[in-house]
Design a protein around this ligand. Structure first.
Ligand code: SF4
Length: 372
């Protein structure tokens, strides 16, 4: 069976980068007016040459989004269950070498967090943990899901990459989507950012969406940590990955997130800073390239930015997020993975959407639909 590793190995990082940076205005215009944009058009849309076409890109992205998704926005909240981690990732506050107090929520604490988020109206929850197999492995997830499932009908997870059988089990326990970011598709840089731990294995991580597709997951979330390397080249490979997966596992849906490097304890400086204007360009490029993919914007970005950018192609937003375990109810002092920027509550985001003629969607799917 094929996997994405083979496709990635057929692309040279530097050659791809050069092809993006040498795109011309004519390439951008061709991409903007193509009825079936391909990966080469995507490269034109994220190129420096496209930054002069931002207004036109924004209009096309907005129109395509309204046509496919209407004026709706799915609401979700992350719930951090643990900050224990056996990996050293030089950009993350939870890194093993960071001397912080570690906390893994027990059943009572998980229940308390669920009650708080559920009372705010959330029905879609994203469970997040560090990568500590002994503490937060499949057995822990299964126990936690039994507690969490009665509160939420849509459960996503962002945890350590697992094997095919584990995913099968977790799907049976109610997990509907899995987010697994490659961080960077540059193998050399990846090795530098991940000096220790299981995450060092670039290929195992890269093959994770393949295992998820084979396990029949409902939705797979992709992304790169923007700023670890050249954001344009990493985004090209993310889009290539998306394109491959959609063709290979067409029953699954896909989402893309745009995490930009944000301050966290022990954090490195971004190798290549991505400006807000760059991020707008990238969001529009994804929407023009792919009308079906869900695009997600988190509270890493500022309130001012989110107020404007959500109309360009975004289909899901988090609100009132805490990025530390127990942050909603149990322990607001535990270390957060990264600082959030937009600290508005869920009801404030709903109000923002309403004012702009958008409807907040709390529940768009239920496991019961799969049984029909
Ligand atoms: S990025 Fe993930 S794996 Fe790496 S240190 Fe942070 S929590 Fe652990």
């Amino acid at each position: 069976m094929s996997n994405f590793n083979q496709i990635l190995d057929n692309h040279d990082w530097d050659a791809v980068k050069e092809s993006i940076y040498t795109k011309t205005g004519a390439d951008v215009l061709r991409a903007l007016h193509s009825s079936t944009p391909d990966i080469n058009d995507f490269a034109a849309l994220i190129s420096p040459a496209a930054s002069g076409f931002l207004e036109e890109m924004a209009q096309i992205a907005h129109t395509k989004t309204i046509k496919r998704f209407g004026r709706t926005m799915q609401m979700f909240a992350p719930m951090y269950l643990s900050n224990e981690c056996q990996n050293i990732c030089t950009y993350c506050g939870f890194s093993l070498d960071n001397k912080i107090a570690r906390l893994t929520l027990n059943p009572k604490q998980i229940k308390a967090e669920c009650e708080t988020l559920s009372a705010q109206g959330f029905d879609h929850i994203l469970l997040v943990t560090g990568e500590a197999n002994k503490t937060v492995g499949v057995a822990y997830f299964k126990k936690a899901l039994k507690i969490i499932r009665p509160y939420f009908s849509n459960i996503s997870i962002e945890v350590q990459p697992l094997n095919f059988e584990d995913y099968k089990e977790l799907i049976n326990e109610g997990v509907s989507s899995v987010l697994v970011y490659q961080e960077t598709y540059n193998r050399t840089a990846y090795t530098e950012y991940h000096p220790k731990g299981k995450k060092r294995n670039f290929d195992y991580r890269l093959e994770t969406p393949d295992r998820l597709g084979q396990a029949g997951i409902k939705k797979i979330g992709l992304g790169a940590l923007l700023g670890l390397d050249d954001w344009r080249t990493d985004s090209f490979f993310t889009a290539l990955h998306l394109d491959y997966l959609e063709k290979q596992y067409w029953r699954s849906k896909y989402s893309i997130s745009f995490p930009r490097l944000r301050p966290a304890e022990g954090l490195i400086e971004p190798k290549m800073a991505m400006t807000e204007r760059d991020l707008v360009q990238l969001i529009c490029a994804y929407r023009i390239f792919n009308e079906e993919v869900e695009l997600s914007l988190s509270t890493r970005e500022s309130a001012h930015f989110r107020n404007h950018a959500f109309k360009l192609g975004i289909t899901s937003m988090s609100a009132g997020s805490k990025t530390n375990p127990g942050g909603y109810q149990v322990d607001d002092k535990s270390l957060e993975q990264f600082e959030t920027s937009d600290e508005r509550s869920a009801s404030q985001i709903v109000e923002l959407l309403k004012t702009n003629g958008y409807e907040a969607v709390w529940k768009d799917w239920d496991a019961v639909f799969d049984m029909v």
